[in-house]
Design a protein around this ligand. Sequence first.
Ligand SMILES: [Mn+2]
Length: 325
Amino acid sequence: MKYDIFNGDADGIIAVLQMQLANPVDTVKITGVKRDIQLMKKVTPEEGDLLRVFDISMDKNMPYLHDALSVGARVFYADHHKAGVIPKHVNLYPHIDTAPDVCTSLIISDLLDKKYHLWAITAAYGDNLIERANREANSLGLSEYQKAQLQELGTYINYNGYGSDIAELHFTPEHLLHELLDYESPFEVIEQQGSIFHTLKEAYKRDMALAAKAEVLYESRFSKVIILEDAPWARRVSGVLGNMMANQSPNRAHAVVSHNQQGSFTVSVRAPLNNKQGAVDICSKFSTGGGRAAAGGINELEKCDINSFINELDSFYESCSPRSS
Ligand SMILES: [Mn+2]
């Protein structure tokens, strides 16, 4: 069997998209909502299987990776999240780069000689790597308008990945991948009337209009925390809202708190854009937290821990903020 195992956000979907456009392979697709990252757990590999894994932390999948290798499966692994100690194994092909301005789709684009670089740029915008995406776009001579278009598409695909479970998403990540495979270039799906781009755009606008009224839980020079109400739309905007606030106020850290179906909070953290560090460290202090330097999350934060979280967040960025104000 062959498997494509990928995160359900823009970066994960577009990593597979590039591979499949370059060389269509019939694979079983294993994916989930954005926060569902222990995806290798969902596979029972056998000898001779090929597992291609995209945009999920190797560290979080390590036991399943070891299982796969020990039964004699081959594993291609491309990612930019915390990796842990990468096993040395003849059947493991790791492409890991945890630099803060790298995403999985850019790693894949390099492997494919930038054949679908417009798609990789779209994914970089989706992962909110705006500066890097702009730089790559400039190298291709894209106009400001074209850059804005790719940023929109990346944002919408990313937005679609957020929710408590697949049922809360507008499209399953697998379906979105399937739809996007019709387009060699992201500009084609943007230009086509009635395409999935336009459907997502409308949905995004509806949800974001509701989000504009969110309650501010905490605000200082160093951080801002907002809380959303307990509703599917709120869980869908929780990630993109953090990115949007980060872009608007680049010197502050941001957290978006939402209610989950386990009765606790789900938290999405963005480090200040001008100080991309610490998000993963703050989130990892809580048992279901993780992420990378610039962006992290806590899947299930007990409600009684909210003040301790806010305290960790604010004091971290206070302590590393430049002294000049
Ligand atoms: Mn990513």
